[in-house]
Design a binder for this molecule. Structure first.
Ligand SMILES: CC(=O)N[C@H]1[C@@H](OP(=O)(O)O)O[C@H](CO)[C@@H](O)[C@@H]1O
Ligand SMILES: [Mg+2]
Length: 563
């Protein structure tokens, strides 16, 4: 590292001292904490993003400022790799070390060593480009400044501010830029709306949904998603969407609203209630990377019928499988018509047991990974078409390059030899899905458009969709403990390995309940242990969750269990 670079880093880092007593970890979804503690972290992530871009031959890297569904006073920062996916896990230890370096000197030493080890070209010989995005949190503005300062501390690095965007929009833009295609927000809306129109244009003439089912009501979590959905609605004139909790009417981000609270509490978000009985409703989270649907079944209570990520996954899987089946029917003699596409679905231990049974019954290959999109995405990428979803509504579909190549060629071939055939339509539908769905990361807006198109295609109401299978009753709790890192799990988090004897204790509780299943894991975004339980009745699921939460107290010290 030359003297210019050294002094640049030393002088800028002295303006961003690490607050006393703060220790952060990159976690399930980047760094998250009270926004007041994050300036030095975000500054350092700016440096890391610039180094990552240099390492990746100058490819664009994304930095997103968001704390998703957390309260408005929190914030966070995460990095998007050149593919638009999450930061490579191999760099996470460096991110942790950087964020926790106690002084400017330590920071400089760390960077010097890492740059050497990774062979990163410094001193401005290569250009680095970092796209910055933020959600609607008020703290976003000053944190943006900190990120810019970090980026400009590396010679040759430039920041491109994309303004207030959803997390998946930023990931999409990074992916598009690195593929050399147009990557503005307008291009994003254009791609989503044109592929949505294409799918709707291909709906079989027999499919009809009733007028009641035409309208969709969306809870925007008082965050960025509602605002962006307004834009989409304008581009897609004709789509009947009512947007509530868009943040314009004084509501607070994520307070009593949003996908996380709807999915975990199974209650209607604020602004929804008896006036919505029977309507198709959807809820986004604070940065619009999660989507769940729900309906209000009766006027008398605030309970909802939840249609979660597992059911969105099921809907997507049915539709894709249908298109693949059509495509493989009486293939022509031409060899290009034979491609056995591997379709796989990826879930986590939070997937409802009934969904797993259902997907297997459809004959699908179902695999499990630990919680966190970085794991699900990686697994899904092993298939030609990989569909992954967390029960909380974060998920997407990814297509292999080789399958898309074949599909494009097959579509061209069918267009010349059997234009208007069912096979040609199926190929076009799959191509449209690959453009509509955000292949970089789970995206509530693109997911919502795909759900809407498929429901219209099937002629299904939300009730019909919800009846695909009946969820097993479940309960989630979180328990504060002295040290959550004392819990070590295995087998996609379904088994506790440490503390010793814990798993046996869970097994003994589980055995008391028909269809009982329970697991615990340390959260990667909050300082808690999460408890999940399901069983054949709600009472049994609640009782199992409470018993396991008591075990957490017993094994891991004293604390209070809470919802
Ligand atoms: C049970 C649950 O919903 N966990 C969420 C939550 O992670 P935890 O590690 O459980 O705190 O936030 C992650 C990031 O949004 C998301 O990927 C994950 O599914
Ligand atoms: Mg989110």
């Amino acid at each position: 590292m030359n003297e210019d670079q050294r002094s640049l880093l030393l002088s800028s880092s002295s303006r961003f001292p690490l607050p006393q007593g703060v220790r952060l970890s990159y976690g399930t979804a980047g760094f998250r904490a009270d926004a007041a503690l994050l300036e030095s972290t975000v500054y350092r992530v700016g440096i890391l993003a610039a180094l990552r871009s240099l390492k990746m031959d100058g490819s664009v890297i994304g930095v997103m400022l968001t704390a998703s569904h957390n309260r408005v006073s929190d914030n966070g920062v995460k990095i998007a790799d050149p593919s638009g996916g999450m930061l490579s896990q191999s760099w996470e230890p460096f991110a942790d070390a950087l964020a926790n370096a106690p002084t400017s000197q330590h920071l400089l030493q760390l960077i010097t060593k890492f740059v050497e080890k990774e062979n990163i070209p410094l001193e401005g010989v290569r250009r680095a480009e970092i796209m910055l995005g933020r959600d609607t949190r008020p703290s976003g503005e000053s944190l943006l400044e900190a990120a810019k300062q970090g980026i400009s501390s590396i010679l040759g690095a430039v920041a491109i501010d994309m303004g207030i965007v959803t997390t998946p929009q930023l990931h999409w833009m990074v992916r598009a830029r690195n593929k050399g295609i147009k990557a503005s927000e307008l291009d994003y809306f254009e791609q989503l709306s044109s592929s949505f129109r294409c799918l709707v244009g291909l709906i079989p003439s027999g499919s009809k949904i009733s007028e009641v089912d035409e309208k969709l009501v969306v809870d925007g979590a008082n965050g960025v998603g509602g605002e962006k959905l307004e834009v989409l609605r304008k581009v897609l004139d004709g789509m009947v969407v009512e947007i509530r909790n868009s943040g314009k009417d004084g509501g607070v981000l994520n307070e009593g609203v949003g996908a996380d609270c709807v999915q975990k509490e199974k209650f209607a978000p604020s602004g929804f209630g008896s006036q919505d009985v029977g309507l198709r409703c959807a809820s986004l989270d604070g940065d619009a990377d999660r989507l769940v649907y729900f309906s209000v079944p009766s006027k008398s209570c605030n309970k909802i019928d939840l249609v979660d990520g597992d059911k969105i996954l099921s809907l997507f899987a049915i539709f894709i499988k249908e298109q693949l089946n059509t495509l493989s029917k009486e293939g022509s003699e031409n060899t290009s018509s034979s491609y056995h596409a591997r379709l796989g679905v990826v879930q986590t231990a939070y997937a409802n047991g009934a969904s797993i049974d259902y997907l297997k019954m459809l004959g699908l290959e179902v695999v499990f990974t630990p919680t966190g999109v970085k794991y699900l995405h990686e697994k899904a990428a092993e298939y030609d078409i990989g569909i992954y979803f967390e029960a909380n509504g974060h998920g997407t579909i990814i297509f292999s390059e080789s399958f898309l190549c074949w599909l494009e060629a097959r579509y061209q071939e069918l267009s010349s030899v059997s234009k208007g055939s069912e096979q040609q339509k199926a190929a076009l539908r799959l191509l449209a899905v690959s453009k509509l769905i955000n292949q970089a990361v789970g995206d509530a807006l693109s997911g919502l458009l795909l759900v809407e198109a498929i429901l219209q295609h099937m002629g299904w109401s939300i009730q019909r969709w919800s009846e695909l299978y009946k969820d097993l009753p479940s309960r989630q709790l979180k328990v504060k403990v002295v040290d959550r890192t004392a819990v070590i799990t295995a087998n996609a988090e379904t088994v506790v390995v440490r503390p010793l004897g814990f798993q046996e204790a869970i097994n003994a509780e589980t055995a008391k309940h028909p269809r009982g299943r329970s697991f615990i894991r340390p959260s990667g975004t909050e300082d808690v242990i999460r408890v999940y339980a399901e069983a054949s009745t709600q009472e049994a699921a609640d009782s199992l969750a409470n018993s396991v939460a008591r075990l957490v107290d017993q094994f891991l010290g004293f604390g209070s269990s809470q919802k």
